[in-house]
Ligand binder design. Structure first.
Ligand code: SAM
Ligand code: SF4
Ligand code: SF4
Length: 334
């Protein structure tokens, strides 16, 4: 199954809920939102059935996300069922870490192998300001517990926003190196509209590298696979795993093999979409596996998304893309 630019669908981002117990300023700062109604959520049976079909169409890797995926009840059951699907090579969870300390052991037992934890600062007060509701101590406990139970790698994701946390780049790198966590810095993106993104708030990859180089002699490794989002670095002595996800200043749409399924069953082909194809309607309308596979192939086959490249072309020409409606990341699945 290939899209209009010959890109296959290899990575499935499964959003298991749009709800979240944080309100990160760069993601979903609003107190309230038109949350998906519970009856509209895909059941685990529906998620597993669709995942099987995606795998038959070429998907190999799955990332569980949200909203905050650990808010979905019995997520461990879903993990056990997803890891049992033949052809699933990799299953990962992206979480804000707030509930990880008490869940890590059960997640590991269910078959989860690795975890990504979002953490943008090591300053407790700033952490509270950014997340509006989070407690740094809980997330740190979650990180160490994930490592203790053998999840590997435990990866930290840090969104860097100008005027907010450039000064956390070095402390986060030191912390990750000291404790054996992988680390990814993420350029601040214009996902959704609630965060009031501005280009001036982006700290470009080149600047993040310059800051890191002041303390760490980094050696660029590059991307392992064409579809990877992060450009990776080691220290000169080979230690460490630091990466930068430069979706704004070095867009990687050309290798984008990511397909998204929202918690209410919409198939979405780009992080910057404002619409999705309703697979739940097919599921609940009694469609056969063959019909659903055909629908997925049709939607993917028509895909022409390359938003980040278009945005970068515009920025280089000193322009911004005209505003267009789009879903919040909390709904799409990060
Ligand atoms: N709640 C979970 C978490 O925070 O890890 C999973 C969902 S969250 C939407 C997934 C990832 O998207 C997080 O690493 C978060 O930092 C990132 N993210 C959210 N808003 C972003 C933005 N405007 N630019 C770049 N990354 C963003
Ligand atoms: Fe923050 Fe993740 Fe919740 Fe977005 S979904 S507000 S990034 S914790
Ligand atoms: Fe993929 Fe869309 Fe992001 Fe480009 S902008 S890398 S097509 S999700």
């Amino acid at each position: 199954m290939h899209d209009q630019y010959q890109r296959p669908a290899r990575d499935l981002r499964l959003s298991v809920t749009d709800r979240c117990n944080f309100r990160c300023l760069y993601c979903m700062p609003l107190p309230d939102y038109a949350w998906v109604e519970r009856k509209e959520l895909l059941t685990f049976e529906e998620i597993v059935r669709l995942t099987r079909l995606f795998v038959q169409l070429g998907v190999e890797k799955i990332k569980l996300t949200g909203g905050e995926p650990l808010l979905r009840r019995n997520l461990e059951d879903l993990i056990a069922r997803l890891t049992a699907i033949p052809g699933v090579r990799d299953l990962c969870l992206t979480t804000n870490g707030s509930l990880l300390a008490e869940r890590a052991e059960r997640l590991r037992a269910a078959g989860l192998q690795r975890v990504n934890v979002s953490l943008d600062t090591l300053d407790a007060e700033k952490f509270r300001r950014i997340t509006q509701r989070g407690e740094l101590g809980r997330v740190l406990e979650g990180l160490f517990e994930a490592k203790r139970v053998g999840l590997h790698p435990v990866k930290i994701n840090a969104v860097i926003e100008r005027g907010v946390n450039e000064d956390d780049i070095i402390p986060l790198a030191r912390f990750s190196l000291e404790h054996g966590f992988a680390l990814r810095f993420i350029e601040y993106m214009d996902v959704g509209t609630a965060n009031a993104w501005r280009w001036e708030k982006v700290v470009p990859k080149a600047e993040i590298v310059r800051i890191l180089m002041r303390e760490f002699p980094l050696r660029e490794i590059g991307r392992e696979h064409e579809s990877d989002t992060a450009v990776r670095y080691h220290l000169a002595d080979g230690r460490g795993d630091i990466g930068i996800i430069a979706s704004v200043t070095e867009p990687f749409c050309a290798g984008c093999t990511r397909v998204r399924l929202t918690s209410d069953g919409k198939l979405v082909t780009c992080l910057f979409s404002a619409e999705g194809y309703d697979l739940k309607a097919l599921l609940r309308g009694g469609a056969s596996d063959e019909e659903i596979r055909a629908a997925i192939s049709r939607v993917w086959g028509a895909r022409r998304d390359r938003y980040s490249e278009e945005r970068w072309e515009a920025l280089r020409a000193g322009r911004l893309l005209p505003p267009r409606p789009r879903w919040e990341m909390i709904r799409l699945g990060g």
